[in-house]
Ligand binder design. Structure first.
Ligand SMILES: *Cc1c(COP(=O)(O)O)cnc(C)c1O
Length: 386
């Protein structure tokens, strides 16, 4: 009989053999410039955000002391939810302890075995897990291909409910979903429409309301989900929609009901970050300037430039070992860029994922481009963008 550790150790060795082992690494070098975070507006370290979190910590304690339905309901939760609802122009918002928990709680309580979900093949893992948990028939359409989504929807007319489900801004590809076409399809096929815009919030749209604002389809979405941990720089997640939707989640979403309420410091940090995000639109302009700088530089190097101008810029290199080698070479040059490998992305599409933030100086981006020019060894033609 194999012991637990023998069995698991074998699995780990196999991952390592295939260059698929992930490592928990601390960024301990002070001289290294990270191009791998999701703190797009540099709010996680804003002194006002830290001050708000500190005050909440003093006032409400380190934890919220229970499920929101037991002892854990705090005024800071209610204020954050009301302000998010005002910002997103929805009736109500419910905050969860993470974006992952929000998606899983939403999907598992909304749908059942007699329903169907039509979902982008590259949707975030939390959406995939939520769909698995609800037991609905799941159909993946080809990435950002609304014609393929239509093909699936036509076959699902007999289902009780249909849900069209997509990321807004895709986290590993940096492209934006064809939300207008998906909204139209949802209406045409009598389906509900949900968008997870974890990366778009604060980044896309004139006011920063995300991909739905950018593509002017906010009124056509039934449900929006997101996170407090990316552009808002804090921790936690949310679902936004009608008052009835949110009330039903309070009753039934298991990741909400059976989990401790969001920590007071996280809620207060997110609330202050939201206030800054709304009152300082110049941050989005600064981010846009950095995105343009990188795109122009990539074009000048003859490297592929992604279709959509967003702060997530993948450079596909193919195999896991190529991705690791390129990430290591960039690290030698003083830049932290994550190698993204399966199962996060499909086999054969391992990549470097560069992400930009307002914290980057334009010179940092120029130096990264110089380093890329030196380290990208694959044939230019062989690098395809996501
Ligand atoms: C990051 C992310 C999540 C999870 O959010 P957390 O708050 O980090 O749990 C969900 N959906 C998408 C699309 C994401 O990128």
């Amino acid at each position: 009989m194999t012991g637990l550790d023998d069995w698991l150790g074998g699995k780990l060795r196999s991952l390592e053999h295939h260059d698929l082992l992930r490592r928990l690494r601390r960024n301990s070098r002070a001289d290294i410039v990270p191009f791998c975070g999701n703190d797009y507006l540099d709010l996680s370290h804003d002194p006002r955000v830290i001050e708000a979190a500190t005050q909440a910590l003093r006032e409400h304690g380190a934890g919220s002391r229970g499920s929101r339905l037991m002892a854990g309901q705090l005024c800071i939760h209610e204020e954050l939810e009301a302000e998010l609802a005002d910002f997103l122009k929805v009736q109500r918002v419910l905050v969860f302890s993470s974006g992952y928990a929000a998606n899983v709680g939403l999907l598992s309580s909304l749908l059942g075995k007699t329903d169907a979900v039509v979902a982008d093949a590259l949707n975030h893992a939390s959406l995939i897990d939520g769909v698995r948990l609800c037991g609905a028939e799941a159909r993946a359409f080809e990435h950002v291909n609304s014609a393929d989504a239509a093909r699936h929807l036509r076959k699902l007319a007999a289902k009780r409910h249909r849900l069209v489900l997509s990321d807004g801004l895709f986290s590993m590809d940096g492209d934006i979903a064809p939300l207008a076409e998906l909204a139209r399809l949802a209406t045409e096929h009598d389906a509900w429409f949900a968008v997870d815009d974890a990366h778009g919030l604060g980044v896309l749209g004139k006011q920063g309301r995300g991909a739905c604002e950018l593509l002017q389809i906010e009124n056509a979405v039934d449900i929006r989900t997101g996170t407090l941990s990316k552009a808002l720089g804090a921790q936690g997640g949310f679902v936004a929609g009608s008052a009835v939707l949110i009330e039903s989640l309070v009753q039934r979403a298991r990741s909400f009901v059976y989990s401790t309420g969001l920590a007071p410091a996280s809620a207060a940090a997110a609330r202050e970050a939201l206030r800054i995000l709304r009152s300082e639109p110049e941050r989005r302009a600064q981010l846009g300037e950095r995105v343009q700088r990188l795109r122009q530089g990539l074009a000048a190097l003859g490297l592929p430039v992604p279709k959509d101008a967003t702060p997530i810029v993948p450079i596909r290199v193919g195999t896991p070992s190529a991705a690791l080698a390129h990430a290591r070479a960039l690290e030698e040059e003083g830049f932290l860029v994550t190698a993204i490998r399966p199962p996060t992305v499909p086999t054969g599409t391992s990549r470097l994922r560069i992400s930009l933030s307002t914290a980057h100086r334009l010179e940092d981006i120029d130096r990264l481009l110089d380093a890329l020019a030196r380290t990208i060894t694959i044939k230019r033609g062989a690098v395809s963008h996501a």
